[in-house]
Ligand binder design. Structure first.
Ligand code: GTP
Ligand code: MG
Length: 348
């Protein structure tokens, strides 16, 4: 659905209009489908009614904005998975863990542990369900060059022996009863199996990041009938490139528009593939300074419409971090404590 060459198939879109649309970031059906007629009409120099026709056709083609029965919605919601954070207190606060079919925003100042959380979840998602996993794989969009396989290794072998052994069996490395957490050969095979199930892509700029999210949809949907379907999509960081590239006041609207489209794409991956979407966002610890009030949603009203969890990480003494749940639908706000150690993220 993301192929940019298809724009000309929309009613009334010739090569010139298609080019104007692409130049302004409307390079696929999804982006057009969520635009307003006024916005599109200005962008492409066409009348509002033509713009409305184009938007409707794009919606149909992208399958956005259609109705579905309450039964379908209910069926999909019954499949929601809960991914363990690795800290019981945090899981409880979240009503069981990080949800699939939702976006979870992890925000906080530098060093608060956002990247560590995405690494830990990338390990945890691969664990057996009885140990809080989703028996799935991860797509990791890395915009700050923070992904470290060595940290995945630390976190994997920081797990209890029983979990490691059950995970060896789940990944098909040994038969049940023959797993041995202390066996070096088995450990090596397990590490390789786990790293193989993290699809990492570096995003070089915001447009590239947007493309990668579209690509993520393709990869995720391909894996759904396989073993270890994609159950986690991390974007670390969601906002860094957008902030660096759209700096002036006059560019804020454009930045927000791009960010909204990007969030839509991410939400779609989550919805269509029963995948948890975890995004990170750096904010200053002092709400009055640079980035504004950290309790305000970054995605504006777009994120407000979707099912969203916001987790605020705050540094505490030494390796302790306070995790606060902010504004979650149907859940009480709360706080818990975790530690970031050599073994990864663990309870206080
Ligand atoms: P920015 O990306 O800069 O905004 O920060 P962040 O929120 O992503 O922080 P990150 O997740 O990188 O956390 C960094 C903190 O995690 C460090 O200050 C360390 O306290 C801890 N940490 C990271 N790696 C290790 C490690 O290998 N061992 C231990 N013990 N702690 C680590
Ligand atoms: Mg980071």
């Amino acid at each position: 659905m993301s192929a940019s060459e298809d724009l000309e198939e929309l009613p009334g879109v010739g090569p010139a209009t298609a080019e104007k649309l692409r130049d302004n970031g409307f390079d696929n059906y999804q982006g057009i489908a969520v635009a307003s007629p006024g916005e599109l009409s200005n962008t492409a120099d066409i009348g509002e009614s033509s713009a409305a026709d184009i938007i409707n056709a794009a919606r149909e083609a992208a399958d956005i904005g259609g109705f579905e029965s309450g039964t379908t919605v209910l069926e999909r919601r019954q499949e929601i998975g809960k991914l363990s954070w690795g800290v019981e207190e945090v899981d409880e606060m979240l009503g069981g863990g990080v949800e699939t079919q939702s976006i979870t925003e992890v925000y906080g100042e530098f060093g608060s542990g956002k990247s560590q959380v995405t690494h830990q979840l990338s390990v945890n998602v691969q664990l057996p369900r009885e140990h809080g996993g989703l028996e799935g794989s991860t797509i990791f969009i890395d915009s700050e060059d923070t992904f470290r396989p060595e940290r995945i290794e630390d976190m994997l072998f920081g797990l209890d022996d029983e979990i490691l052994e059950d995970t060896m069996v789940l990944h098909g490395i040994v038969e049940e009863g023959e797993a041995d957490a202390g066996d070096e050969q088995l450990q090596e095979a397990l590490l390789e199996a786990v790293l193989d199930k993290i699809h990492v892509a570096k995003a070089f700029n915001s447009n590239h990041q947007i493309l990668l999210a579209e690509k993520a949809q393709e990869i995720a949907s391909k894996t759904q009938d396989e073993e270890f379907p994609v159950r986690l999509l991390c974007v670390d960081s969601l906002t860094a490139h957008f902030r660096a590239e759209y700096v002036g006041r006059g560019e804020l609207a454009q930045r927000q528009q791009k960010l909204n489209k990007h969030l839509h794409d991410l939400m779609r991956v989550g919805d269509l593939n029963n995948t948890a979407v975890v995004i990170t966002n750096q904010v200053a610890s002092n709400p009055d300074s640079f980035f504004g009030d950290p309790t305000q949603p970054i995605g504006g009203n777009i994120l407000g419409h979707t099912s969203t969890f916001r987790m605020y990480l705050r540094k505490s003494k030494a390796d302790k971090r306070i995790v606060r749940l902010v504004d979650a639908p149907n859940l009480a706000d709360g706080e818990s404590v975790m530690r970031i150690t050599g073994d990864g993220i663990i309870p206080e």
